[in-house]
Design a protein around this ligand. Structure first.
Ligand SMILES: [Zn+2]
Length: 255
């Protein structure tokens, strides 16, 4: 009968050893004590469906590391990644965890952006151009994250896109067209066509994902993203003919 007695012992020991090896670097998985744990091998990670790009709007990587890892005067904030102007990539929060980077806002039907996204901060004071090595590091990171987490490459947006009344980052100087040429985010085709009569730009904006509670703020966010133009706080921001062509190109169904 020794085999009969040994087996449960081995069953107990093996998880204990695994636990001892893993507790130093990761918390034990949360299981519901009211159920019997009968693990299946058939699963993968879930969570993020979107990637949100930010500018730190601070003076240095070290200052941003302090902000994103500390208590912060206006409440704690974080992001999954921070990319320095020298191209160094820092990871601050595990991708499976919910970082506090997006705050209030919405994108399409998504209303809890922290829940649904990976946040990437780019070291930038809010005015400077992004460096080539920083941009290249971002592209490498996006390729890696999108592939591993099965996030569509088009699903890369800016903080200001989801929160146009509160945010302006990553700013009008962020090279969205270049990012699209590298395979990420959305950008209209070359020489987009005139929209047909009756085209409603607001339906197109909503279809892309923009929140429309404040339509002028949404136009300003659109201009930062797709026109490289900063309207500041202008209450008069409005669509022009080029905007309408871009909106039509972005929102019309693809064949
Ligand atoms: Zn931001």
């Amino acid at each position: 009968m020794p085999a009969w007695h040994d087996r449960p012992m081995r069953r107990l020991l093996a998880p204990a050893i695994v636990l001892a090896l893993t507790t130093a670097c990761a918390p034990a998985p949360v299981r519901n004590p009211m159920a019997t744990w009968v693990p299946s091998k058939n699963f993968d990670q879930r969570g993020a469906v979107l990637i949100v790009l930010h500018a730190t709007e601070q003076g240095s990587v070290q200052k941003s590391l302090d902000t994103l890892r500390g208590d912060n005067g206006r409440g704690p904030v974080s992001a999954h990644y921070l990319i320095g102007r020298d191209g160094h990539i820092y990871q601050l929060v595990a991708e499976s965890a919910r970082a506090w980077h997006a705050g209030g806002g919405s994108w399409g039907t998504i209303t809890d952006l922290n829940d649904a996204s990976i946040g990437i901060e780019l070291d930038n004071d809010g005015h400077a151009d992004y460096t080539d090595v920083q941009f290249d590091a971002l592209v490498r990171l996006l390729a890696d994250v999108c592939a591993r987490r099965h996030i569509p490459r088009s699903q890369v947006i800016g903080h200001a896109d989801l929160a146009p009344t509160r945010k302006t980052d990553p700013g009008a100087q962020f090279p969205w067209q270049r990012l699209h040429a590298a395979g990420f985010g959305r950008w209209p085709e070359d020489a987009p066509a005139d929209p047909p009569p009756g085209f409603d730009p607001w339906i197109a904006m909503a279809a892309i994902g923009y929140p429309l509670k404040d339509r002028v703020a949404a136009v300003r966010a659109f201009h930062r993203h797709f026109r490289g133009r900063d309207d500041g706080d202008s209450p008069d921001a409005a669509f022009d003919d080029d905007d309408l062509r871009i909106l039509y190109a972005l929102a019309r169904p693809k064949n």
